[in-house]
Structures are given as structure tokens and as C-alpha cells.
Design a protein around this ligand. Structure first.
Ligand SMILES: Nc1ncnc2c1ncn2[C@@H]1O[C@H](COP(=O)(O)OP(=O)(O)OP(=O)(O)O)[C@@H](O)[C@H]1O
Length: 651
């Protein structure tokens, strides 16, 4: 259901906040600068190199002046050659310095990006599962990747622009030194070309950002619909015409923005080239007149024209510096937003490890729980597929209320109850995917919050209903649970999980690649693979969500046998959907309305004639009434493995 809601809500809503309009939060600049502090030496070196480059820019026209006035006009061939060589030499040195500056700025930009990327990945890894349930993966990936690249590119552009300040000051000073009149006339031209340049730049900037957002949005949509599960849902439930229209609509917007961008981009260069030509004409017009009038010699005119050619580039770089700087800060700020999300579930500094010998007991003491609200765990801008604001500012309801229970060491506790009663939520607290809102969950007498993550991971193993497998070989998927496992151990685990015969029959055996989400395996096979993974991990507590899907009798029996091995000598909490499992449980807890309604063994609870008896009778006495398999077919399989999860909430 959740998938369908997400699926249906992918379209970006009109009232989504535009991240680029977001005000930069106070203190961001200080935080950005902190990332550059470790690279301060390189920044100083960069400015030194860039400063030298600027001197070369202004020195060359003076050499040309010398070449014309004291070489050509005085018929001194030797001097002409010397000046020409010097000019060429300076050009080579300038080019080398320019490369060196680009290298240093790249090192700084990439260094900062590296630090931020590693920090962001580590942080996101530690965010609570609630964050991932709310966040659209494509948008998060975009945030962590695109924004970083943007920040890095804008930073390099900013460094280059900063060095332009030196160049512009030196060029203008030299222009005035050569001829104040020509200098004033040429400077008057600058605003003429700067205005359209800045105007065009703003448009480019705005549309480039829109293009990025549209691309990210379309990327997220495609990622959601073209993964195996999304594609399956689309094929089964989708409305191809409407969906295609939506793709086309988004692609059309990208096309429209792209066309505008290319025109505005070209506009800037056209204006710049035009102004450069006009300036040259003007300089030669005014300056030529001054040469004829004897105000200065031809060499000065050549020097001025050359200098002017070197003024426009740095000035355009400078004109965008404010926006470039803003891009750096906004991009950083968007990443800081993610970094500022609290991990919620953290390891205490004084956390202890759990002794790893025998199965510990599990205890819930007056546990209440509500899922964290959107404000507590996520960012609106990362939930673009959900209508903006949905769920924001709302208190979430209590899902568990004052639950107290005990799962004695080495025993099996079955959780049964109507859909939405809180069974899965209860198991989420055992694995510490969430912490209780109040009350304590204990394992082996320890509050879970006092244990190290590592020891909790070692202690608790989970087999969920929908097994997730990486797109990798069966071997790698199994080794994920225990990287050091030997070939014999792998085989032993697969045999225990009743999956070895199947693996052996595959042409590549353990090296068979499972598809995205393990889709090339059947439901029963995937769950047995998950059990093999669990056996390899050998945890002392098992949390199992039994598959609700009907398996054929052979798979069913195999899964049941695998489970017997998996649960042996372990403390187990099983969300049970099959009577065979329920009967084997040492204790059954009937969960309803966020609490434990009844507890006891199968026989005790039947005798009580309460909700469990009702669940039992509606499910097993009249199996055909809820569309389940006929009793005769069910009876073939193991004991009476009929799913009980469809039961309507009993009153
Ligand atoms: N991540 C979540 N965020 C907010 N609410 C949630 C979340 N997961 C579950 N819930 C809500 O908590 C309640 C209990 O859900 P839970 O999944 O624990 O029920 P269940 O007994 O396991 O149901 P089922 O047998 O259908 O799997 C439901 O009302 C559900 O909508």
C-alpha cells in the first residue's frame, strides 16, 4: 500500500519548496570556511601563483610597446627579436603558471569535496531507518552527489574569479599609466557590456538550477519505476498512457529549459565578443587620433589594445563572483542540512558488549512507542515524491502502548494478531531499528541502549518476509553475513537452510548471480537463502517474519525444515502466519491495538475462547471463507500451515 501511495505521489507538487530560494542559514559561511582551513597552505600557494600570472598579463603589453616604439620604429632588428623572444617566453611561463593554478585549485576543491563526501556518507549511513522510509532515494543521491559537484565546480570558479581582482586592478592601473584619456573611454564601455552579461548570467543561473531539479526529479522517478519492484507494479497496476504523458511532460520541460539555456549561454558570448570588437574599434579610433596628434607613439596604442583584450575576461569572471560564491554556500548548506539530521539511535560512549555464549532472554518493560514524525527524521526537500508538507508538524499516534512481555532464553515466542496490530513494530524494537518512546527493552538483562551496535548485530539475526539480496553472486550475498566463512561453512549453512540441492543444480552453483532484489529466485528459495545467511551469522536471537505468500507444498515443507534448524537453541520472536509454527511456539502473544491482548500456548488460548480462538476459528475452521487454500490442500503441507495474517481485527 505504501508503495502504491509513493508511486502515485511521485509528481512534484507545485508548493514544494524551491531549495534555491531557501535562505542560507546563519553560521553556514563559518562552517564552509572550516572545511578550507586544512587546505590553507595550498590556498596561499594558489594566490601566489595566480598573482605571478597577473603580473605576466600586464608585463606583456609593455614588452610589445618596447618592441614597436624602440624596435620597429627605431629600425633595431636585434631589439625586435629580443622583445619578441621575451614576449614568447613570458607567454610560456604564463601558460605554465595558469596550469599550476588550475592544478592547485583542483586539489583544494577536490580535497574539500572528498572530506565532505566521506563525512556525509558516514552520517547518512548512521541515520535511523525512519529517515530512509521517508526519503526518495534518487533525490538523496542527487543531494549527496550533484550538490557536491556543484559546490566543487563553483569553488574552482570562485578561486579563479578572486585572482581576477588582481589582474583587473593591474590592467586598469597600467591603462591609466599609458593614457588616461583612452583608459577613461574604454572603462566607460565596461558597464555597457556588463549589464547584458550579468542579466544573461542570472537567467542562465536560474535555468541551470531548474534544469538540475528537473533532471533530479526525473532521475528519482525513473529509479523508482524502473527498479524491479516498481516495474512490476507499473506492469500490473500502471496506467501506461498517463505515465507516459508524465514522462513526456517532464522530458518536455527539460527540453524547453535546455533550449533557453543554450540561447542565453550564447547571448553572453555574443555580447562579450561584440563589446570587445567595439572597444578595439574605439581604442584604435581615439588612440589612432592621439598618435597622429603626437600624444603618444604607436607602441602605446598597441599596448593599450592588447591590455583591453585582457580586461574583459577577468571582469566577466568577477561579475559572476557573487552568484558563484552563493552557489558554493547554498550547495554546502544543502549538504549541511543532511549532516544536521540527528541520528536518533546512537551508541552510548560507555556502551558494553553482550557475552556471546548462550541465548539471552528478551524483556519489554512498560514499552510505549510511536513512529518518529517527519520533522524528527527527514527533510521536506528529500521527500519530493510526497506532497510537500504532508505529515509535517503532525504528532504520530502511539503504535505500542505500555507493553510488558518476556521471551525466556532459548524459547520461541509467536506473535499473532490482526494486520496493523503492531507485531512488526515490536520486532523493530528488538533489533533497535527504533528506540521505545518510553519503557525499556532488555536483552540478557541489558537495556538495548547500553549495548554496542556491534554486539547487537552479532546477537540478533533477522529473516524478513521480503528477503533483500544484493545484485551479486549467491556466495557474496551469503558472505555478507560472515565474510570469513569457509566453503564448508557456506555449504553447511545452505544444507541447514534446505537450499543446497537447488544451488548445486545451478550451472554456476554458489557463483550464480541473483538479480536485482534477488528476483531470479522464487519466494521460498529467497527465504531459504535468507535462512542460510542467518545460519552463517549464527545469532543467539532470531527475529523472523514468516512469509505470508502461499508456497507450494514442497517449498513450504523445505522452509519449515529450514526454520527448525534456524530456531534451534535460540531465543526466537516469530511473526507467525502458519499454524505449524504457532503450535511449536513455547508462548503465543496475541497482539491487538498496540498491546498484548492474550498470552499462553495454543491449547491454553483456545480454551480461553478469546481473540486467539476467534482468529483460529475464522482462519482454520472455515478456510474457504477468506479465500485461503482449501483445507484438503493445506493438510498436505506439514501440519496445518495456513496463513493467519488476513484476519480482520477481532472485537
Ligand atoms: N514506518 C512507519 N511509520 C509510521 N507508521 C508506521 C510505520 N510502520 C508501521 N506503521 C504503523 O504502525 C502500525 C503497526 O504496524 P505494524 O507493521 O507493526 O503492524 P503488523 O501487526 O506487523 O501488521 P501486518 O501483520 O499487516 O504486517 C500500523 O498502523 C502502521 O500503519
Amino acid at each position: 500500500m505504501d508503495v502504491v501511495m509513493r508511486f502515485g505521489g511521485v509528481k512534484k507538487s507545485d508548493d514544494d519548496p524551491d531549495p534555491w530560494q531557501t535562505k542560507i542559514r546563519p553560521g553556514t559561511l563559518r562552517r564552509v570556511l572550516a572545511y578550507f582551513r586544512p587546505h590553507i597552505g595550498k590556498v596561499a600557494l594558489f594566490f601566489l601563483v595566480a598573482g605571478l600570472e597577473s603580473f605576466i598579463v600586464v608585463a606583456t603589453p609593455l614588452l610589445l610597446l618596447e618592441l614597436v616604439d624602440n624596435g620597429i620604429l627605431k629600425n633595431d632588428a636585434g631589439y625586435v627579436t629580443l622583445m619578441a623572444f621575451l614576449t614568447a617566453g613570458l607567454a610560456v611561463v604564463g601558460a605554465l603558471l595558469s596550469l599550476l593554478a588550475a592544478y592547485i585549485s583542483g586539489r583544494i576543491g577536490q580535497g574539500v569535496t572528498y572530506d565532505l563526501r566521506v563525512q556525509a556518507l558516514d552520517h547518512v549511513r548512521r541515520l535511523p531507518i525512519a529517515f530512509f522510509t521517508r526519503t526518495q532515494t534518487g533525490v538523496l543521491v542527487g543531494r549527496l552527489h550533484t550538490d557536491l559537484v556543484m559546490a566543487q565546480q563553483a569553488f574552482s570558479a570562485m578561486l579563479m574569479a578572486a585572482t581576477s581582482v588582481v589582474t583587473v586592478v593591474l590592467v586598469i592601473a597600467e591603462l591609466f599609466y599609458l593614457s588616461w584619456l583612452v583608459a577613461v573611454v574604454s572603462l566607460l564601455l565596461i558597464p555597457l557590456f556588463l549589464v547584458p552579461w550579468i542579466f544573461g548570467g542570472r537567467l542562465i543561473h536560474r535555468y541551470a538550477r531548474r534544469l538540475m531539479e528537473e533532471n533530479t526529479g526525473l532521475g528519482g522517478l525513473l529509479q523508482e519505476r524502473f527498479n524491479v519492484q516498481g516495474a512490476m507494479l507499473s506492469k500490473l497496476f500502471g496506467r501506461p498512457d498517463e505515465e507516459m504523458a508524465e514522462y513526456a511532460d517532464r522530458a518536455g520541460r527539460i527540453r524547453g529549459i535546455g533550449v533557453r539555456l543554450s540561447v542565453y549561454g550564447r547571448l553572453g558570448f555574443v555580447v562579450m565578443a561584440l563589446m570587445a570588437s567595439l572597444a578595439t574599434a574605439l581604442v584604435y579610433g581615439v588612440g589612432g587620433g592621439l598618435v597622429l596628434a603626437g600624444a603618444f607613439q604607436l607602441g602605446t596604442l598597441v599596448a593599450i589594445a592588447t591590455l583591453l583584450g585582457r580586461l574583459f575576461g577577468p571582469i566577466t569572471a568577477l561579475s559572476g563572483i557573487q552568484e558563484t560564491a552563493l552557489t558554493v554556500v547554498v550547495s554546502f548548506d544543502r549538504i549541511f542540512e543532511v549532516l544536521d539530521l540527528k541520528p536518533l539511535i546512537e551508541e552510548r560512549p560507555d556502551a558494553v558488549g553482550l557475552a556471546k555464549n548462550e541465548a539471552p532472554d528478551i524483556e519489554f518493560e512498560n514499552v510505549s512507542f510511536r513512529y518518529p514524525s517527519a520533522d524528527e527524521v527527514s527533510l521536506p526537500s528529500l521527500e519530493q515524491n510526497v506532497r510537500a508538507g504532508r505529515g509535517r508538524g503532525e504528532e504520530t499516534p502511539d503504535v505500542l502502548r505500555d507493553v510488558s512481555l518476556r521471551v525466556p532464553a532459548g524459547t520461541i515466542t509467536a506473535l499473532v494478531g490482526p494486520s496493523g496490530a503492531g507485531k512488526s513494530t515490536l520486532t523493530h524494537l528488538v533489533t533497535r531499528l527504533y528506540d521505545p518512546t518510553s519503557g525499556i527493552v532488555r536483552v540478557g538483562g541489558h537495556d538495548l541502549r547500553d549495548l554496542t551496535f556491534e554486539s547487537l548485530r552479532q546477537t540478533v539475526g533477522v529473516v524478513s518476509q521480503d528477503t533483500y539480496l544484493f545484485h551479486d553472486t549467491i556466495r557474496e550475498n551469503l558472505l555478507y553475513a560472515r565474510p570469513t566463512a569457509t566453503e564448508d561453512e557456506l555449504i553447511e549453512a545452505c544444507e541447514g537452510a534446505q537450499i543446497w540441492d537447488l544451488i548445486q543444480s545451478l550451472p554456476s552453483g554458489l557463483d550464480t548471480v541473483t538479480g536485482d532484489h534477488g528476483y531470479r529466485l522464487s519466494g521460498g528459495e529467497k527465504q531459504r537463502l535468507a535462512i542460510a545467511r542467518l545460519l552463517l551469522k549464527a545469532p543467539s536471537i532470531v527475529v523472523l517474519d514468516e512469509a505470508t505468500a502461499h508456497l507450494d507444498s514442497e517449498s513450504e515443507a523445505a522452509v519449515q525444515r529450514a526454520l527448525k534448524t534456524a530456531l534451534r537453541n535460540r531465543t526466537s520472536v516469530v511473526i507467525a502466519h502458519r499454524l505449524s509454527t504457532i503450535r511449536e511456539a513455547d508462548q503465543i502473544l496475541v497482539i491487538d491495538g498496540g498491546g498484548v491482548r492474550e498470552r499462553g500456548t495454543h491449547e491454553e488460548l483456545l480454551a480461553q475462547g478469546g481473540l486467539y480462538a476467534e482468529l483460529y476459528h475464522t482462519q482454520f475452521a472455515k478456510p474457504e471463507s477468506n479465500g485461503a487454500k482449501p483445507a484438503s490442500k493445506a493438510a498436505e503441507v506439514d501440519d496445518e500451515p495456513e496463513p493467519v495474517h488476513h484476519v480482520v481485527r477481532g472485537g
